[in-house]
Ligand binder design. Structure first.
Ligand code: OKP
Ligand code: ZN
Length: 358
């Protein structure tokens, strides 16, 4: 029998990251980004197999090198020691997640020296852009396990597979080279894209279909012409992450013309969203990409509790079909999707639509 083609690499350490609460409009509310999200996708992949389900074999040195291609040394050192430093501030902190409460205000309070602030609360605010991304004892191990999935998926595609899926949480597309936020710590999609470049693919496109703008991915590749970043998302004029994702952000320096944002108003339906996807795919084709990375958020779903588009579960088959139409080796990374009991169906619908069109 022919073996099914799309391998999934899932993160065995994801439950080590399990936030208690996130700050939302002045209140601490239960986290939306919960372990059950991944479990629902895994269960659905067992029910409707697309290929082997594996955990990645991890070569620590190779993984550290792949992470270092995307994230700064001082940021990864911060992440690796953050929990211990949080607890060192106050032993009672061991009972609660780390959340920032003070920030350097971007350009107005620009952080001017190479020396980091001595107080950990200040360091946390320096590296985090929101107070919705709790960090705990297992966050670093979970995020690292996710990066290993992204790297394994990229290697699978470099080895000739048409596609591979990095099924991990916490998600990644809001994480920049030296910042966390939006539930994201390491940018799995960027790690996959860079690994594809380093594996010999000349031009790599990233097409982000999450409801929220992939501000981390955009900033990582903003000044580069070898990685095209495209994102379809809720208009940041009203939607998170607010400060990036506008249509006039086109890239800078050598990267000018190699970032495309397609913001859509809250309430956008599938017909309009699908037209934007066509525009995004045209840009990928014009770029003559050799490989594609799809940060796959399922929070465009009508039932999503924190988002504002109205896609239906059946629409995700068509999304996958359209993505397959690009004809490119493709790595998918799991991003948002907070209607927990529908996220498995929606994710596998998209991947199945892709697979059957290949
Ligand atoms: C992460 B990913 C909106 C609260 C926003 C942060 C959302 C992060 C989304 N009411 N909190 O892109 O799915
Ligand atoms: Zn999202």
């Amino acid at each position: 029998p022919m073996s099914l083609p799309m391998k999934t690499f899932h993160n065995p350490h994801h439950t080590l990251h399990q936030g208690q609460q996130e700050m939302f409009r002045g209140r601490l509310v239960p986290c939306h980004e919960v372990p059950a999200r991944l479990d629902f996708v895994l269960t659905e992949l067992q029910r409707r197999p697309l290929g082997a389900l594996e955990t990645p074999a991890v070569d620590d040195a190779a993984l550290d090198a792949a992470i270092a291609r995307v994230h700064s040394a001082r940021y990864t050192q911060f992440l690796a020691s953050a929990w211990d430093e949080w607890v060192a501030m106050d032993p009672a902190n061991a009972q609660r997640d780390a959340l920032p409460s003070v920030w350097p205000l971007g350009n107005r309070h620009a952080f001017r020296t190479d020396a980091l602030p001595r107080n950990f609360a200040a360091r946390l605010g320096l590296f985090a852009f929101d107070s919705g991304s709790p960090l705990m004892a297992g966050t670093w191990a979970a995020a690292r396990g996710g990066a290993a999935c992204a790297l394994a998926a990229a290697h699978e595609v470099l080895g000739g597979a048409r596609s591979a899926f990095a099924l991990t949480r916490p998600p990644g597309h809001h994480a920049g080279s030296d910042f966390l936020g939006g539930y994201c710590f390491l940018n799995n999609a960027a790690i996959a894209a860079q690994a594809l470049r380093d594996g010999g693919q000349q031009r790599v496109a990233v097409l982000d279909v999450d409801y929220h703008h992939g501000n981390g991915t955009q900033t990582i590749f903003y000044e580069r012409a070898d990685v095209l970043t495209v994102s379809i998302h809720g208009d940041p004029a009203t939607e998170y992450p607010f400060f990036l994702g506008h249509a006039d952000e086109r890239g800078a320096g050598a990267g000018e013309g190699f970032n495309l944002n397609l913001p859509l108003p809250r309430g956008t339906n599938f017909a309009t969203w699908r037209a934007a996807l066509g525009q995004a795919l045209d840009a990928v084709t014009a770029f003559r990409a050799d490989a594609l990375v799809v940060p796959m958020g399922l929070d465009t779903f009508e039932g999503d509790p924190i988002s504002g588009f109205t896609l239906q579960s059946a629409d995700y088959f068509a999304v996958g079909e359209a993505l397959a139409g690009a004809g490119l080796p493709t790595v998918f990374t799991f991003e948002g999707g907070y209607a927990v009991d529908a996220v498995g169906t929606n994710a596998v619908n998209l991947l199945e639509g892709f697979q059957r069109t290949c």
